[in-house]
Structures are given as structure tokens and as C-alpha cells.
Design a binder for this molecule. Structure first.
Ligand code: ADP
Ligand code: MG
Length: 450
């Protein structure tokens, strides 16, 4: 495999496991410069990206490279490529013309940091995301004056970033003079840290305050970052008072973000919070069809049905499946049939026995604490039932990413706030209570071994 292809293969796999914002931020303009024996040299555009690749993604990158070529045992990162003569080579993003995978993630607007591919037009709506979509649409028509802040939460790969960026792109379309900025939370943190280090905090502040629509993605990463939280708190207040729009996302509701300053939590909860659940089967098919159409490929019905039945909780993985099929189509000039599709998806789809379901979780928790399932699902307030019930709710959320309303309903028609409370309670308990964490891991073993 040539080094361009090798790196493309690495990027294709990395892309499946991290958020697209991070992918674009840290992997843009990276490449393999050379391989010498068992060492690969990867270049990054600046020292910042180099550090992140090394420290945060180093292990993943090495693992993927090693799986592609057993010889590779070490990766070295360097900044730039100035002294190396490789100028005749096209940058990664234009490889698409040569029939390579296309990384649209790299086509980000410099000013706004928005990716134009995320729009409302290509955002499929179903009952699982109807509410956040409607709120997002309203915000994009009237930024600063309807839901402020708008806080969207939900599991990985379910469309939070897409929706947030769609708001940004729509605002730009409607109000060309408004200054929109999309910022992944890690990047915000990095900005605070480096501006403190370089004595540029005032400059950083005034840049933040010039924004009309601030989109901060994945705020769960602010957990425990006290200085960043403090800076963001002041920015938030400043913008809010000036009727500037703030849009936030997280993988969980504000209450369940650990180590978040109370004053920030209450700000986050002060506008509209809306959660994205899981798409049902029909919606998954609709998403697959819309995305096949975008790619201008007709995949056999049975292939799409297979994907929709087996990938249930992550829209990015639905796309990942289509990407593999498209690559196959390009190489073979025909779409994969069902057998080939199955083999292409082997490592994307877990075997059924290893997958948790609400039923399995409830069964396992009841068994573990020697209770009847019926009791667990009842509204009894007995101490010996309350704790297991909270744990079951926690597991439904953590391992299945079930929506809080769903969890509430499952447990005797309780309100979603009960589910949120239970989740937060267990999460908090885990910080200090070792026996709790042991119990939960034993329960998990039961769930995943049946
Ligand atoms: P999250 O930020 O919640 O992890 P993303 O917004 O990155 O998820 O979505 C993952 C992928 O799935 C993206 O490529 C996105 O375009 C796609 N996607 C998510 N939700 C939808 C949807 N409702 N319609 C079409 N595509 C979607
Ligand atoms: Mg995201």
C-alpha cells in the first residue's frame, strides 16, 4: 500500500471513532511523510496539532497502522514538511479527484469554522429528533430571541453536531452580516489555556465577545476545567445580555455533567433543552436512502434493510456502512450484494449475543440484587429497590443511550426528570463509591455474557 493510501485508510477508521469537528480540527493537512523500517513519520500542520495527534490520538493511530501493516511499531510526529521535497503531491483533501475517499470534513469555512455540508435540507427528521430540530430551525430564523441558550443533548453519532452547524449555516444564509462561530469545546479550552500562557486573555475575550451566534459543541468536555468554565461563564453572560445567540451540545443533560460549576449549569438550563433519541427502523431506512441518493448509488433493498436492522444507535455508523459500500462500488463497478455487504460490515456490527437491550439490563439488575423484575419496575420507595432501580436507569442511559422520557416510561410511567436524577445520582456515586463501581461492572458482565 502506498503511503497516501495507508494514511487514507487510517483517516477513514479514525473518522468513525471521533467527532467530526475533532476530526477536521486535528487531522486536516496531515499525512505520512515516510516509512523507515518499523517507523512511520506523520506530519502535522502546526505544533498544536502535532501535540494533539501525539498525545490524544497516538495510540489509536498506531493501532490502526499496525493492523494495516504488522511491521509498523512506532509513529513519529513532526511539524510541517518544509525541508522535505514532496511539493508535487496533492494535499489530502484533493485526493478525491483520484477516486479516493472524500473527506468533506476538511472543507471548513475559515471565518466561521462551519462545515457547509451540514444543512437543514439534508437533516432527516423523525420522531427521535423532531423537537430539537424544530427548536434549531426556530433559532436559525430568529437568533438571540427565541430559545437562548439552546442546549441539545444525545448520544454519539446521532446528529448533534450536524444540527448545531445547520443552525450556523442557516443563520449565515439569512443574516449575512451576523458573525457566527462554531467551536468544539476542546478547542475553546485549548484557546483559554494558550491565551493565558501567552498573556493574550484580553484579546481572546474580546474575540469571543464580538460573536453574534456562538455554537459550542460537546460541552461535557468542560467538566473539571475550572478556568475554562470561568471564562466561558463570563462570555456567556456578556453575549446573553446583548441578545446574542448561544447554542450548546452535550452527550448528556446539564445535570449529569460532572464537575460543572453550578452557576454554569443553571445557565445551560436557562433556555431550551432538547434531546435526540434513537431513530426507529423506518427513519434509519429513510436516512440510508437519503444518503445513498447523495452518493448517487442505488444499493439493493435487502442490503439497506440489513444495515438498518443491525446498526441501530448511531447514524455515523450508518454512514460508515455506506462509505464501505461506496468504496466497494468504486473498485468493482457494482454495488455489493447481501453476502458481500455482510462481510464488509463484519467489524462494525456486534454479534447479537454481545449487545445489551433494555430487557437484558433489567433482568440482570433484578437478578443481581435478588429482586423481582416487577419490583424494579414498580414505584416502590423501599431502599433496597430504589438503588437497583437507579442503577438500571443509569445502565439504560449509559450503555443504550436511551432517552430519558423512554427510561421514565419504562419504569412505571415516571417522569423523565426522575430518570435524569437517577442517572446523575449513580454517576456521582461512581466518583467516590468503589463498591458501587464494582457492582456495576459485575452487572455489566452478566448483561454482556448472555
Ligand atoms: P454527534 O455530533 O451527535 O455525535 P453528528 O452530528 O456528527 O453526531 O452526526 C454523525 C453523522 O450522522 C454525520 O455525518 C451527520 O451528517 C449524520 N446525521 C446525523 N443525524 C442525521 C440526520 N437526522 N439526517 C441526516 N444525517 C444525519
Ligand atoms: Mg458531535
Amino acid at each position: 500500500m502506498a503511503k497516501e493510501e495507508t494514511w487514507q485508510a487510517v483517516l477513514a477508521q479514525v473518522q468513525l471513532s471521533i467527532s467530526q469537528a475533532n476530526f477536521a480540527t486535528w487531522f486536516k493537512n496531515t499525512e505520512i511523510l515516510s516509512q523507515e523500517g518499523n517507523r512511520v513519520i506523520v506530519s502535522a500542520p502546526n505544533s498544536f496539532a502535532k501535540e494533539w495527534l501525539e498525545n490524544k490520538y497516538g495510540k489509536t493511530i498506531l493501532k490502526i497502522l499496525h493492523s494495516l501493516n504488522e511491521e509498523i511499531r512506532e509513529v513519529k510526529y513532526i511539524v510541517g514538511k518544509a525541508e522535505l521535497k514532496i511539493s508535487e503531491r496533492p494535499p489530502v483533501s484533493s485526493l478525491s479527484e483520484a477516486g479516493q475517499l472524500e473527506f468533506q470534513e476538511f472543507k471548513v469555512d475559515k471565518e466561521t469554522n462551519l462545515n457547509p455540508r451540514y444543512t437543514f435540507e439534508n437533516f432527516v427528521v423523525g420522531s427521535f429528533n423532531e423537537l430539537p430540530q424544530a427548536a434549531a430551525w426556530a433559532v436559525s430564523k430568529n437568533p438571540g430571541f427565541v430559545y437562548n441558550p439552546l442546549f441539545v443533548y444525545g448520544g454519539v453519532g446521532l446528529g448533534k453536531t450536524h444540527l448545531l452547524e445547520a443552525i450556523g449555516n442557516e443563520v449565515i444564509k439569512n443574516f449575512s452580516q451576523k458573525k457566527v462561530k462554531y467551536v468544539p469545546s476542546e478547542k475553546f479550552t485549548a484557546g483559554v489555556v494558550s491565551s493565558i500562557r501567552n498573556h493574550e486573555i484580553e484579546d481572546f475575550k474580546s474575540k469571543c465577545r464580538a460573536i453574534d451566534v456562538l455554537v459550542l459543541d460537546d460541552v461535557q468536555f468542560l467538566a473539571g476545567k475550572e478556568k475554562t468554565q470561568e471564562e466561558f461563564f463570563h462570555t456567556f453572560n456578556y453575549l446573553y445580555e446583548k441578545n446574542k445567540q448561544i447554542i450548546l451540545s452535550s452527550d448528556r443533560p446539564p445535570k449529569a455533567i460532572p464537575a460543572l460549576a453550578e452557576r454554569l449549569r443553571s445557565r445551560f438550563e436557562g433556555g431550551m433543552t432538547a434531546d435526540i433519541g434513537y431513530p426507529d427502523y423506518e427513519t434509519r431506512i429513510a436516512i440510508l436512502k437519503a444518503k445513498s441518493q447523495e452518493r448517487k448509488i442505488d444499493f439493493p433493498e435487502e442490503v439497506l434493510n440489513y444495515v438498518a436492522s443491525n446498526i441501530q444507535r448511531n447514524i455515523r455508523e450508518l454512514e460508515g456502512a455506506l462509505n464501505r459500500f461506496s468504496a466497494y462500488q468504486k473498485l468493482n463497478n457494482k454495488p455489493p450484494d447481501l453476502e458481500i455487504a455482510k462481510s464488509l460490515l463484519k467489524n462494525l456490527i456486534l454479534s447479537p449475543s454481545k449487545v445489551a437491550t433494555p430487557k437484558k439490563i433489567i433482568q440482570a439488575v433484578a437478578e443481581f440484587y435478588d429482586l423481582k423484575e416487577r419490583d424494579l419496575l414498580s414505584s416502590s420507595r423501599k431502599k433496597e429497590i430504589v438503588k437497583p432501580r437507579q442503577i438500571a436507569m443509569y445502565l439504560l442511559r449509559e450503555d443504550l443511550k436511551s432517552s430519558y422520557p423512554f427510561i421514565g416510561r419504562k419504569f412505571g410511567g415516571k417522569d423523565h426528570t426522575t430518570a435524569i436524577h437517577s442517572y446523575g445520582k449513580v454517576l456521582k456515586g461512581l466518583e467516590t463509591d468503589e463498591s458501587l463501581s464494582d457492582e456495576i461492572s459485575l452487572i455489566r458482565q452478566r448483561i454482556f455474557s448472555v
